[in-house]
Design a protein around this ligand. Structure first.
Ligand code: SAM
Length: 325
């Protein structure tokens, strides 16, 4: 019997999860897309504790990002049957244990509570020993299985942090593996301040934030300078705020089209350090922009190490360009 892990997510995140899972879970055979809202991962036969642990570690390392986009994670053995067979079988496998039900819908859960025999001990609290997972497929068949509680994937509990705005997550997702300590940053299109907040949290030396809009009062004003104007008009002020420094990190999330973003990059070239990190959100206007051509133009400016990707935290018509020089 093989086992499977099912992640459910919103429709617009489905392709990003599929991409992530097929790239990162190469030691698991992945069968994808059970229904419109889900991504499925079949593990290799059988799901050993060590395989589950390594899957757990991989997913947990991404959970700060994932926990905002995964609605649920289910693990089950891949028994597949009709509803009646599942009810009979589940009552056999769930003897002498206390189960918590996990299922893909609350309707199914209610139905199961009614239909499972009384001998099956169920709880909705934390004192369960096993999880009985039941997943309805599109053709009235059901995947189901019993998982020992201690081997279950754990969802990230620490989602209490509320950044100044959701944009914060884009930069934190893109730059999480880089050390930004003591670097000098320029944040273009910075209002209300999510990206500036992230840069400050990574102990950059200073941030120059350019935006005609207001910045949040939550930010520590000693370590950043707000130039309340459009980037196009701000070059003299940026130079004076920089003094002798050059920019080590250029980030731009301004609401402008990719062509304009490229113009911004060209303007900023003279301010950049020889070694630098550049992170730009590409706001696609019609979704049909030729990103390969765009990449070539950026390479033409002397940047070889660049990657365009669709972050979990990007909107539907956004892509992220990360350049390292
Ligand atoms: C999506 S918001 C940026 C959010 C920001 N990254 C954060 O984390 O708070 C886009 C911002 O781009 C700014 N913007 C648009 N055109 C600009 C320009 N030419 N120069 C500077 N900022 C610009 C807008 O004022 C707006 O505040």
């Amino acid at each position: 019997m093989s086992s499977l892990v099912l992640l459910t997510c919103g429709h617009s995140h489905k392709h990003r999860f599929i991409n992530f899972l097929t790239t990162n879970l190469t030691s698991y055979s992945a069968k994808l897309s059970l229904n419109e809202r889900s991504v499925l991962v079949f593990t290799l036969n059988p799901l050993t504790p060590s395989k589950l642990l390594s899957l757990n570690i991989l997913l947990k390392s991404y959970l700060p990002i994932f926990s905002r986009y995964i609605s649920s994670i289910f693990i089950t053995s891949s028994r597949l049957s009709t509803y009646d067979v599942m009810i009979n079988d589940a009552s056999l496998i769930a003897t002498n244990v206390t189960i918590k039900l996990s299922s893909t819908s609350s309707n199914l859960k209610t139905k199961l509570i009614n239909d499972l025999p009384q001998e099956v001990k169920m709880t909705s609290k934390d004192n369960y020993t096993h999880s009985l997972t039941c997943i309805e497929t599109s053709n009235e068949m059901y995947y189901y299985g019993l998982t020992v509680k201690s081997s279950m994937l754990i969802k990230n509990e620490d989602i209490s942090f509320e950044p100044i705005c959701r944009s914060y997550h884009k930069l934190s997702e893109s730059l999480s593996s880089l050390n930004l300590k003591n670097l000098v940053a320029l944040d273009v299109g910075s209002s209300p301040g999510g990206w500036t907040e992230y840069l400050l949290s990574q102990n950059v030396e200073k941030v120059i934030s350019v935006d005609p809009g207001n910045m949040s009062e939550k930010l520590d004003e000693k370590r950043y300078t707000h130039l309340k104007m459009k980037f196009e008009e701000s070059l003299p002020q940026i130079k004076s705020a920089l003094g002798e420094d050059k920019i080590d990190i250029l980030v731009c999330d301004a609401n402008v089209n990719p062509h304009q973003t490229l113009v911004f990059l060209k303007t900023a070239l003279q301010l950049l350090n020889e070694e630098c990190i550049i992170n730009l959100t590409l706001k696609l206007t019609n979704g049909k922009e030729n990103l390969e051509e765009f990449k070539e133009e950026v390479r033409g400016l002397g940047f070889e190490d660049l990657e365009i990707c669709w972050l979990f935290s990007n909107g539907r018509k956004e892509r992220n360009l990360l350049i390292k020089r």
